[in-house]
Design a protein around this ligand. Sequence first.
Ligand code: IPM
Ligand code: MG
Length: 367
Amino acid sequence: MSNPSLLILAGDGIGAEVMVEVKRIIDWYGDKRSLSFDVSEDLVGGAAYDVHGVPLHDDTMAKAQAVDAVLLGAVGGPKYDDLDFSVKPERGLLRLRKEMDLFANLRPAQCFDALADFSSLKKDVVAGLDIMIVRELTSGVYFGEPRGIHVEDNMRVGVNTQRYTEAEIERAARAAFDLAMKRDKRVCSMEKANVMESGILWRDVVTEVHADYPEVTLSHMYADNGAMQLVRAPKQFDVILTDNLFGDILSDCAAMLTGSLGMLPSASLGLPMANGRPKAMYEPVHGSAPDIAGQGKANPIACILSFAMALRYSFDEGAEADRLEAAIEKVLSDGARTGDLMGPEGGTPLSTSEMGDVILAALDASL
Ligand code: IPM
Ligand code: MG
């Protein structure tokens, strides 16, 4: 049987340097666990624009559709701020999500014990935190029509449309309930049913789908209250289900509970392919961090944890995903820190590749 295939799209900014460490981890699995992947690489975002004049070439899109999983680094940077909207780096990422139909975006926020002191919240509020945000990723205001900027009565008007079909809400809800069944069996759905019709429909459809999951406890919350509750008492949540835009915002908020945005992985999953694996793309939640790009300072852990999610959700290698997550937990509890994880007491931070070194050493020690 041929090896599973991976397409690496490192993208912009720190995407390239964190992905170097992921490639070392992938090689380790091939060498030490006989778990080999056919890896190809291509361009996305500003890096693709520089070469092709578009943030995602059609050939790259076709490759992404054909592989078992895509690993993405990050897109964007100040160099591209003035580009036309249609060719901005972010459009490449959004095209991948839309055309691969990656409707379920899983963003786990876990607070590693060793980092509980690094959160901007009090330690007892975040210690032991383990929540999963399921963000709908292919619809809502990110893609709704009509959209654009036009002139009315000599005045410019900007328009975006929040639009959800029942089917779109239903499949995202099922993803959240299915995950909850493997966790603490609680789903909190967040919308703004108090002001938005799409929120009323969201609440209705989620409630209907819930009938198929009698073991799961469902609650509903307005998204603004949800944001407040996330910083007040985040451990009340197990799975949070929400739409594309609220999910974008709430997941950045949840990320900081864990100490650093440099720690959060994500999986974007779609429908099963012919081989039974879901269409999938894995990426860190952090962006391209242009301020530190190219300096070897970036924390590679979010990107490495994204590969762990690939092992779990695409390749049915849950035990190997556990091994990789345990290796990361070990190095953190041993005190390994990149710059983003330095407390006020200071110390010398590890470089990106030094963090990769200690994680590989912990993997070796796990054998
Ligand atoms: C994210 C990012 C993206 C989004 C950007 C880069 C388009 O913020 O994945 O959370 O808004 O979805
Ligand atoms: Mg975001």
